[in-house]
Design a protein around this ligand. Structure first.
Ligand code: ATP
Length: 567
C-alpha cells in the first residue's frame, strides 16, 4: 500500500514542489494550506508522515505537532523551516518532532528524510503491535502477574491479581511488601529469594491462607526479570489458582460412581481417571479383566462421557458367531454374496459410523477376522462381503477380553500387530476380591436396583451375609454378586437378606469355614489338607477358608510336609 503523506505549508510553491517530488516517488500525497485545513485532514485520514511548516498564519507547526501527540497518532512529523527559525525547530525536536528540513528544500534531502521517517514509522508500528499483543496477553491471562524491580517496587500488576490477591494497579510504583496481603506472604518470600539469587523459585500447591479466600490453593512461580536478555532488573511473580483443580481431585477421590460403574476403592478411582482422560480422545482402547468385572460398563462410559455420545454405541460379541457370520455381522454383505444372503445387509462398523464399536471377547476371533480387523484399524476402511468397493468409516474401536492375549500371541493364536493396534491404551479392571472395600457399596447399589425392579423394600443384608460377602473369592466378580443378590430377592420376604436366601455354594462356604476352624484346633495339618482339597488345591483360597494369610499357609504346608496333589 502507498504511504500517505500530508504537506502543511501556506506557501503554494512549497506545497506544489513537495507534492510533485513525492507523488513522482509513488507516495499518496495530500496538502493543507493552513492549520485548520490540516487539523481537518488529520481528523479524517490516517497519515504515515506529516511535513509541517513552522510558520502557519497565526499558528505554528508546533501546534500541529502537539495535536498529533494529543491524539496519540504514531505518524512522524517533520518540520519545514527557514534559517531564522532553526531555534524553533530544535524546540520541535524536543517536543517529539522526527526531524526538520531547511528551505529551500532539495529533492534528495526531501526523499531521504521521507524514507527515514517512513522506516521509523514501520518500526514504531511493529513495536506498538508487539506491545499491545503483550498487553492483551498480560490482562487476559487468568494467572495473577506482578513485576517488581530490584527494590521490590511494583512495576506492573494485571487484572487477575485483584481477584486472587486483592492487589490492584494502585500498587504500581509502591513497595510490594507495603500492602496488606491477607495471606501468609509466601509469594513475597519467593520474590525476595529471586531478587537475592537471580534464580526462579517454584512453590507447588501452596495454601495461601488468604483471609478473603480461605480455601485458595495456588502454584507460585517467580522468575528473574531481564532487560535485553541479560541485565537483571527485578522479578516476575506468577500465581496460578489451583483451587478448582484441588477440589476436583478431592471429589474424584471420594467418587463412588462413574456413569453406571460403582466403586470407591483407589483401584476404581484410577479407572475413573483413565476413563475421563480417554473419553474425549479417539484412541483405540483395550479393556481387560476377569469375566464380570464391568468391562462393558467401562466401554459404555468411554462412549457416553465423550463427544460421540449422540452417535451409536454398537456392541458385538465376537465369540458368539462363527467366522463367516461374524464377518458379515461386522462388515455387512451384499445380496447373493453367499447362500442365504437374500438381501443387502449393513454391517456393525457402518452402523457405528461417527460413534463407537465395542468388540467384546476379541480374544476369540479367528486369524482371518484378525487380519480384516487390522486393516480397518490401519486404514479406517473395509469392504462388504461379496463386494470390492471400499467403505470409509469414522468409528472409535474399543475391544475387551478376559483372556491373556500375550499368551495367545505366544501360542500363535493372536496377531501381535493387531494386539498392539488394539492396545494403544489398556484399562485393566481389578477382580472384585482385590477391591473388597467396594462390596458394601455394590450391595447397596444392587439392593436399590432390585427393589425398584421387583417392587420390594429390602433394606439390607444380615451380618453373616456381610461376612460371607467380604470373605468369598468372587470368581464371577460383580456379575456373580449381582446374581446372588437377585437370587436372594426372589427368596426373601422380609426386610433383610439372610444366609438362608443365599445359593447353596455360598452357604457351604460359610459351613466349611466354620468346620475347618473347628478342626484346626484339633488337627491343623488335617484341616489344611481338607481346605486344600475343597478349593481344588488353591492355596490362596484355602488360606482364606482357614482365616490365615497366604504366607502362613505356605509355611505350614512346608512344615507339615503336606503333599500337594501334583508335587
Ligand atoms: N463396577 C460395577 N458397578 C456396577 N455394576 C457392575 C460393575 N461391574 C460389573 N457390573 C455389573 O456386572 C455385570 C457384568 O458386567 P459386564 O458385562 O460389564 O462385565 P464384563 O467384564 O464385560 O464381563 P464378560 O467378560 O463376562 O463379558 C453387569 O450386569 C454389570 O452391570
Amino acid at each position: 500500500m502507498k504511504a500517505k503523506i500530508l504537506i502543511i505549508d501556506d506557501e503554494e510553491n512549497i506545497r506544489f514542489t513537495f507534492e510533485s517530488f513525492l507523488s513522482d516517488e509513488g507516495y499518496d500525497v495530500k496538502t493543507a494550506s493552513n492549520y485548520h485545513e490540516a487539523i481537518n485532514s488529520i481528523g479524517t485520514s490516517d497519515f504515515d508522515l506529516i511535513f509541517a511548516d513552522i510558520i502557519l498564519e497565526g499558528k505554528t507547526g508546533i501546534d500541529i505537532l502537539k495535536k498529533v501527540k494529543e491524539k496519540k497518532l504514531a505518524c512522524p512529523v517533520v518540520m519545514i523551516t527557514g534559517a531564522p527559525n532553526i531555534e524553533t525547530s530544535l524546540d520541535a525536536l524536543r517536543l517529539g518532532a522526527f526531524d526538520y528540513i531547511l528551505k529551500p528544500v532539495r529533492q534528495e534531502t526531501l526523499l531521504h528524510v521521507t524514507e527515514k521517517a517512513l522506516q521509523h514509522k514501520v518500526l514504531v508500528d511493529e513495536k506498538e503491535r508487539y506491545r499491545s499483543n503483550l498487553e492483551a496477553i498480560f490482562s487476559s491471562v487468568k494467572d495473577a502477574i506482578v513485576t517488581v524491580d530490584k527494590e521490590l517496587i511494583v512495576l506492573e500488576v494485571n487484572e487477575a491479581t485483584k481477584g486472587m490477591c486483592n492487589l490492584s494497579r494502585n500498587a504500581i510504583g509502591k513497595p510490594f511488601a507495603s500492602f496488606p496481603k491477607y495471606c501468609n506472604e509466601e509469594c513475597l518470600h519467593a520474590l525476595e529469594k529471586t531478587i537475592q539469587t537471580k534464580q526462579p523459585v517454584e512453590i507447588y500447591r501452596l495454601e495461601c491462607k488468604h483471609e478473603l479466600r480461605p480455601h485458595q490453593v495456588v502454584n507460585v512461580t517467580t522468575y528473574p526479570l531481564l532487560y535485553n536478555k541479560s541485565i537483571f532488573a527485578g522479578a516476575v511473580l506468577v500465581i496460578r489458582d489451583e483451587t478448582h483443580l484441588v477440589d476436583l481431585e478431592r471429589d474424584m477421590k471420594e467418587r463412588q460412581q462413574l456413569h453406571n460403574i460403582v466403586g470407591k476403592s483407589d483401584k476404581m478411582q484410577t479407572i475413573y481417571s483413565l476413563i475421563e482422560n480417554l473419553s474425549d480422545v479417539q484412541t483405540t482402547v483395550l479393556i481387560t479383566g476377569e469375566s464380570g468385572t464391568g468391562k462393558e460398563l467401562v466401554a459404555e462410559a468411554l462412549h457416553y462421557k465423550g463427544g460421540r455420545d449422540k452417535k451409536p454405541f454398537v456392541r458385538v460379541n465376537c465369540s458368539a458367531l462363527s467366522e463367516n457370520l461374524l464377518e458379515s455381522e461386522l462388515f455387512g454383505h451384499v445380496k447373493g454374496a453367499f447362500t442365504g444372503a437374500v438381501s443387502n445387509r449393513v454391517g456393525r462398523f457402518e452402523k457405528a459410523n461417527g460413534g463407537t464399536i465395542f468388540l467384546d471377547e476379541i480374544g476369540d476371533i479367528t486369524p482371518r477376522t484378525q487380519l480384516q480387523l487390522l486393516r480397518v484399524l490401519q486404514e479406517r476402511e473395509f469392504e462388504k462381503v461379496g463386494d470390492s468397493t471400499p467403505i470409509k468409516v469414522d468409528v472409535r474401536v474399543i475391544a475387551a477380553t478376559n483372556q491373556n492375549l500375550k499368551e495367545k500371541i505366544e501360542r500363535g493364536e493372536f496377531r501381535k500387530d493387531l494386539y498392539y493396534r488394539l492396545k494403544v491404551v489398556e484399562i485393566t479392571l481389578p477382580p472384585l476380591r482385590d477391591r473388597r472395600e467396594d462390596i458394601p457399596l455394590l450391595v447397596n447399589f444392587f439392593l436399590n436396583k432390585f427393589n425398584k425392579k421387583l417392587n420390594k423394600e429390602i433394606t439390607g443384608i444380615s451380618s453373616d451375609v456381610q461376612k460371607i460377602f467380604m470373605e468369598y473369592q468372587w470368581p464371577g466378580n460383580v456379575r456373580e454378586l449381582e446374581h446372588i443378590i437377585e437370587h436372594a430377592f426372589v427368596l426373601c420376604h422380609q426386610d433383610t437378606i439372610t444366609v438362608n436366601h443365599l445359593p447353596p455354594d455360598l452357604k457351604e462356604f460359610l459351613g466349611q469355614k466354620i468346620s475347618f476352624l473347628g478342626d484346626m484346633k484339633v488337627d491343623e495339618p488335617k484341616a489344611i489338607l481338607q481346605a486344600l482339597k475343597k478349593t481344588s488345591w488353591n492355596k490362596v483360597m484355602a488360606a482364606h477358608l482357614l482365616g490365615m494369610s497366604r504366607r502362613t499357609i505356605y509355611r505350614k504346608i512346608h512344615n507339615y510336609k503336606i503333599k500337594m496333589r501334583d508335587s
